[in-house]
Design a protein around this ligand. Structure first.
Ligand code: S6P
Ligand code: ZN
Length: 175
């Protein structure tokens, strides 16, 4: 077990970023090939390769007892009729739950477990509980504002992105 020292991060609401991060992932449309309708993806990519979302993460040991946490910012925008969204994943360790805390904008948290699916509208102040075993994806349903949320989950959760293809999420299309 690695002995940790206490630390903190500072949310910068003007930049929609968590200051003090060790990792910054930028997901562009090219990283999400296969997630949207193919023809819409091609048409959008002809105009450029937009940043769909960014994740600011702290470096915490990937061990039971530790708590990973990060801030995700999803830009406003659509690919065809579908809003910008995260890839979505299941936790490799199916005993690991997660909490999302809405900070800015309007999003939807889509959850899936077998044939069951659930949706939570996320606003600033919304605290959503993702039970163990549920796949989860977030969608920005605003055409003008970024959607920003904070998440906390167990260090040993792991990610399973492949299972999203086997057990896809319900679609959230623009109205
Ligand atoms: C991690 C948690 C979030 C997502 C992030 C990006 O368990 O659910 O921090 O990693 O929102 O989504 P994704 O699906 O690309 O990992
Ligand atoms: Zn997760």
């Amino acid at each position: 077990m690695i002995e940790m020292e206490p630390f903190f991060s500072q949310m910068n609401f003007d930049e929609n970023a968590m200051e003090g991060y060790e990792f910054h992932d930028i997901r562009r449309l090219e990283d999400l090939i296969g997630y949207y309708n193919e023809a819409d993806t091609v048409i959008t990519l002809e105009k450029g390769n937009p940043v769909i979302y960014e994740v600011y993460k702290r470096d915490v040991p990937k061990e039971s007892g530790e708590l990973l946490h990060c801030v995700t910012m999803i830009n406003p925008g659509r690919v065809g009729s579908e809003y910008y969204m995260t890839k979505g994943h299941y936790h490799q360790d199916e005993t690991c739950a997660e909490i999302y805390y809405g900070q800015k904008g309007h999003g939807r948290l889509v959850m899936q477990k077998g044939i069951k699916s659930r949706m939570v509208e996320m606003f600033p102040g919304t605290i959503a509980y993702i039970p163990a075993g549920w796949g989860h994806r977030t969608v920005n349903v605003s055409d003008s504002e970024p959607f920003v949320f904070f998440s906390i989950w167990p260090g040993h959760s792991g990610y399973d992105y492949e299972r999203v293809a086997e057990e896809p999420f319900a679609k959230v299309e623009a109205e």
